[in-house]
Design a protein around this ligand. Structure first.
Ligand code: B12
Ligand code: SF4
Length: 508
């Protein structure tokens, strides 16, 4: 059967990465003998009408769409148009939003079937049933519409051996389009990969565990190396971003992985995200030698009380140690930071800025906290009436805030985020570290690296100059917001209650 898998149009994000989930399920469908096409309508800058035209031309027997909460409204718009034009083609949803809110998703949209959680096996059984016009009742991991009723078929047991899955069907993606605007990419062509699924932690704002559960499953080192060989030999890929939630939790695995890259003399560079409590000297040394050049640290806050509150389970001292080590091994380093978490106020958010300035990572990526469905943050934010916009329609994720804190409004949070970035990037320390001494990166032995180094340095210089220009007004904003917060907060400090562990997840 022909199946169309779609990443919706109009999704804007600073860096667009390949929709890896769709590539994984496409591979399983192809292995089962189906003809699959993936359409990343956003990277191809297609309109809704372009997508409809594409669907008509391909004439699939089923359509699958991937869903994240922030672009759920694009999914809805597209689905309404599809159902109006092609009412008889089964419409299947999967991905984080659908997995967390399957019933609500089916009620709110014209979708016929919701695949919950890991989709690889479920989708093959589902498409087989659609093709043979069988019922869906025996297929675990689904919710589907049956007239006015919505039927849940029961939870699917997760795949034990991830090596049993085929490698993602990257031949269906426009690979050359990705990574071009990403200044952290040092070589093109670039792609992303996932070596594990799941995360054992329980940060109160994170939806990942609601899709994957808390059990961490790794693919074998050999299986990932096989994928890298395929990427290098077939697609000429030179750089990979490992998008795993926690690539380095299993140190033995991570060390074996780096050693194998070296042994096989794989000529690639790579980046990954790590927790500050999951690194050590031996690992960093090997990661650097095996081509890893950039580390993204999940730091979130510079205030220990907030870190405890959001159940990040790390200490500020661990952040310092991890960054010191990263600098020692010349990794480009980036802190993911958040503001507006539950219990935050002006003072705790300024702690985050001061902490970042004190430690001086190469970059910071500040997000205003978003209460995603299924998370404890979502429940708390609703209970405390901290959510000021219910609709995600037209929201610029990352720039617009949908929440407030006790002392600052959503607009003020947006202003504070911008001012914090200016105070960080308009600083001479940023210029010194990122522009004046970039030679320490040690990537100088090829012309191609020189080109990307040059491009990155120009970008950083530009960033510094723009923020230097805005520095004065940012200082004024921060001062004003401090005054506003003080007057609104009766006792100067806000109460930051402990968040209860939520053990059970229920599908509404
Ligand atoms: C890589 C990644 C990104 C990348 C790439 C996104 C892309 N194009 O796919 C980038 C960096 C761009 C990104 C950005 C954002 N992301 Co992101 N991201 C991830 C991450 C780390 C890995 C995703 C991945 O590739 N997983 C591996 C594949 C195999 O899994 P998968 O895509 O979920 O697909 C499987 C199933 O879900 C299912 N499936 C998926 N789609 C479909 C479709 C059909 C038809 C079927 C049948 C099945 C199916 O089958 C697949 C195989 O089992 C996840 C966390 C995680 N570990 O999953 C967060 C995650 C998906 N991201 C998340 C968020 C919130 C964001 C941002 C909004 C960030 C922010 N500031 O808040 C932006 C939004 C960008 C945008 N507008 O689209 C949330 C989603 C929460 C939610 N409720 O929607 C997650 C879960 C992390 C979290 N913090 O909670 N992200
Ligand atoms: S934020 Fe990272 S460490 Fe925390 S639960 Fe999510 S994936 Fe795990």
């Amino acid at each position: 059967m022909k199946i169309a898998l779609i990443f919706p149009p109009n999704v804007t994000w600073e860096v667009m990465d390949p929709p890896l989930g769709l590539a994984w399920i496409a591979a399983s469908l192809e292995r089962a003998g189906h003809k699959v096409k993936i359409l990343d309508a956003s990277i191809l800058k297609m309109t809704y009408l372009d997508v409809l035209k594409w669907i008509r031309q391909f004439d699939p027997g089923a359509i699958g769409i991937t869903t994240l909460t922030p672009h759920f409204w694009q999914v809805k718009t597209l689905s309404n148009m599809i159902k109006q034009e092609l009412p008889n083609i089964p419409l299947i949803y999967g991905g984080a939003h659908t997995s967390i809110l399957p019933k609500q998703t089916l009620r709110e949209t014209p979708a016929d079937i919701a695949v919950i959680g890991e989709g690889d096996t479920t989708v093959v059984e589902l498409v087989d049933a659609i093709e043979k016009k069988k019922g869906f009742n025996g297929i675990k991991g689904l919710m589907y519409k049956d007239g006015a009723k919505i039927i849940f078929t029961g939870a699917r047991v997760q795949i034990e051996n991830l090596d049993s899955l085929p490698l993602p069907a990257r031949h269906l993606l426009p690979l050359y389009k990705y990574g071009r605007k990403n200044i952290f990419v040092r070589q093109l062509p670039f792609t992303t990969a996932i070596a594990s699924r799941g995360c054992p932690y329980n940060c109160y704002f994170c939806s990942s565990c609601h899709v994957w559960g808390r059990r961490l499953r790794y693919r074998s080192v050999n299986n990932v190396i096989e994928e890298i060989h395929e990427l290098v030999d077939t697609y000429r890929i030179r750089e990979i971003f490992f998008h795993d939630d926690c690539l380095t939790i299993n140190k033995r695995w991570a060390i074996d992985f780096c050693e194998k890259i070296l042994q096989e003399k794989l000529d690639i560079t790579w980046q990954c995200m790590v927790r500050v409590d999951q690194v050590n000297d031996e690992l960093f040394k090997l990661m650097r030698r095996s081509g890893c050049h950039t580390i993204w640290f999940g730091v979130e806050s510079g205030n220990q009380k907030i870190l405890n509150n959001i159940r990040k389970n790390i200490q500020l001292t661990q952040v310092e140690d991890a960054l010191k080590l990263a600098k020692h091994y010349s990794f480009e380093n980036i802190f993911f930071l958040m503001i507006g978490n539950y219990g935050e106020n002006y003072n705790t958010m300024m702690d985050t800025l001061l902490f970042a300035k004190k430690l001086s990572p190469d970059h910071i990526a500040i997000s205003i906290a978003y209460p995603y469905p299924g998370t404890d943050f979502f429940d708390l934010a609703h209970k405390e009436q901290l959510i000021v916009k219910e609709s995600w329609n037209g929201l610029r994720v990352g720039a617009d805030s949908i929440i407030r804190t006790d002392d600052l409004s959503s607009r003020e949070l947006e202003k504070l985020k911008n001012a914090m970035e200016t105070l960080f990037y308009g600083d001479w320390a940023y210029l010194r570290q990122n522009v004046i001494s970039p030679l320490r990166m040690g990537y100088r032995h090829r012309l191609i690296y020189l080109y990307y180094d040059f491009r990155r340095t120009i970008f950083k210089l530009q960033k510094f100059l723009i923020n230097l220009w805005k520095l004065r007004s940012a200082r004024i904003v921060v001062k004003e917001l401090g005054q506003i917060s003080k007057t609104r907060t009766k006792y100067g400090h806000l109460h930051t209650p402990k968040i209860q562990r939520k053990e059970k997840k229920s599908f509404n």
